[in-house]
Design a protein around this ligand. Structure first.
Ligand SMILES: Nc1ncnc2c1ncn2[C@@H]1O[C@H](COP(=O)(O)OP(=O)(O)O)[C@@H](O)[C@H]1O
Ligand SMILES: [Mg+2]
Length: 509
């Protein structure tokens, strides 16, 4: 009887069913795997041969051909080791697979000893397996907690080849994994980055609160040592609590990137990704074959922090434009295209001039030409996508030396949470969670302005020659300010404050 088992091949966050057929016949010893497998799959022959022998079975003599169907789908990685080995053992009559074996999904990389090693992308694979109505999934023990986050499928954590053979034959059963129900996420602990350590800079703190509440992009500009990096790091301490759906979304992306393991099977905090300016465009947006998520996707539902913003090569910054608008990124390759979510808050920090000092500071030695060239490194379209431009001046001595403790992060976070809860009630669809994600149609529907506020906005748009995008973004920020104030509708002061953030910095948008 031909061995036939099912597995799933992952491309981005989508999984396709792969049927594993094993045939053998007499002849010279030969072991071939067909079906567009990559180098890792070709190398699996050696792992499987040793794993079978070291698990107390015989590697069959003669010619063995393994077919990974469908034949036109490219398959990647070592995840098919386990089902191929099971198929060979079944085909050679050393084990008898149950009749309904095709109701299960098998995944796992084999080591020479027959033990199973963790593979990447188990969470999205299990979610897809459940969606395709498979009854159970067998994964390496190290991945079992992660797979058990998906509720409507049975999950088995498999230690080694021998134990799964015993289980499938019914001699010694493997215990089903308890489903992992997420209950408590984002425990608040006081960290070094707590807002209580930041003296002065009240204006920047207010902007951080607005950005965190509505998911708006933020740019700090100020001289060296004024606390820009410190402020940016503190934002992660005031972000609203993560919902279970959001935690699963984030964990899926981290799972594909191989950043989850048996010690950390779920990402339970909002990501804060700091990217160095030497990072490549691919590292930032994602890429490779198969396409892996980049920093913008790893920062999904959290913060992407770009310190020393103008030091990034222009090309690297420009690739951010489309994902900042859409909240997702599409990576196209010859083998297909895949989508990763990228709904993150961009936080950037820069000095106002190449010398570091403000233009009106006597210590500023940069010429107007140098300043212009420096500021031009960040294009207008990119600045247009940043809602809050904040100037961070140096804090004076009196404030720095004062023993007064500033407001702690948990107090700010409570206000941010209340504003976020209002947004959750406003948007019934799962696709939009914050004011910053509203489409133009939603802005029209939700952000209704009284006459005086509309008049002010009209003046600002005309006077500063603001773009259509800036108009909508001002309204979105005004909505967040209204939510923080607990107002039912946007009022004049909310719009005025929102407009102010567009023109605070000495960077012109
Ligand atoms: N407002 C402030 N309150 C408390 N400490 C500050 C403040 N501003 C700067 N500092 C101190 O200066 C250090 C350097 O600040 P940093 O955020 O790295 O500055 P920048 O990124 O603007 O160059 C911080 O680690 C902190 O110790
Ligand atoms: Mg800094």
């Amino acid at each position: 009887m031909l061995g036939l088992l099912h597995s799933l091949s992952l491309f981005g966050l989508n999984a396709e069913t792969v049927e594993i057929e094993v045939d053998s016949h007499r002849g010279l010893p030969r072991f071939a795997i067909v079906g567009l497998g990559d180098a890792a799959i070709q190398e699996s022959k050696e792992r499987i041969r040793s794993a079978i022998k070291n698990s107390g079975y015989e590697f069959p003599n003669g010619a063995i051909t393994v077919n990974l169907a469908p034949a036109d789908l490219k398959k990647h990685g070592p995840r098919f080791d386990l089902p191929i080995a099971l198929g060979i053992l079944h085909r050679s009559g050393q084990i008898h697979l149950p009749e309904k074996v095709q109701e299960n999904i098998f995944l796992g990389e084999l080591s020479f000893t027959g033990e199973l090693r963790a593979v990447n992308g188990v969470l999205p694979t299990t979610a897809e397996a459940a969606g395709k109505d498979y009854k159970s999934i067998y994964v390496p023990t190290a991945n079992a907690d992660e797979a058990a986050l998906i509720q409507n499928i049975e999950v088995y954590g498999v230690k080694d080849l021998k134990s799964i053979c015993n289980h499938l034959e019914g001699s010694t059963l493997i215990e089903k994994n308890e489903h992992n129900v997420l209950q408590r996420l984002n425990q608040n602990t006081i960290t070094d980055h707590d807002m209580c350590h930041i003296k002065g800079n009240e204006h920047a703190k207010r902007a951080m609160e607005i950005a965190a509440a509505g998911g708006h992009n933020l740019l700090f500009s100020g001289p060296p040592g004024s606390g820009k990096t410190m402020l940016a790091q503190a934002i992660s301490t005031i972000l609203p609590k993560l919902s279970i759906e959001e935690a699963l979304e984030i964990t899926k992306v981290h799972s594909v990137a191989g950043l989850t393991n048996d010690k950390c099977s779920v990402i339970s905090e909002r990501p804060f990704r700091t990217v160095h300016h030497t990072a490549s465009s691919i590292a930032i947006v994602g890429g490779g074959n198969p396409p892996k998520p980049g920093e913008i996707s790893l920062a999904h539902r959290g913060i992407l922090f770009l310190d020393e913003f103008p030091e990034f090569p222009i090309k690297t910054l420009e690739v951010l434009r489309q994902p900042l608008e859409d909240g997702r990124v599409t990576i196209s390759r010859a083998s297909g295209s895949c989508d990763y979510p990228a709904q993150m808050m961009l936080v950037a920090a820069m000095n106002p001039t190449p010398s570091g000092y403000d233009t009106d500071d006597p210590r500023c030695t940069s010429t107007p030409f140098e300043i212009q060239r420096y500021q031009n490194k960040i294009s207008g379209p990119l600045l247009d996508r940043i809602d809050l431009h904040i100037h961070v001046p140096r804090v004076d001595f009196e404030k720095l030396k004062s023993l007064e403790v500033s407001e702690a992060s948990h107090a700010v976070q409570n206000r941010v949470q209340t504003a976020r809860d209002i947004q959750t009630d406003r948007f019934t669809s799962d696709l939009v969670r914050t004011n910053s994600e509203m489409s133009s149609a939603q802005v029209k529907q939700h952000c209704v302005l009284p006459d005086d506020a509309m008049q002010l906005l009209k003046t600002a748009v005309e006077q500063y020659d603001l773009s259509g995008r800036a108009y909508f973004r001002i309204l979105k920020v005004a909505q967040t300010i209204a939510d923080l104030a607990g107002a039912d509708e946007i009022q004049l002061p909310h719009v005025a404050e929102s407009i102010g953030y567009r023109h605070q910095s000495n960077v012109n948008s």
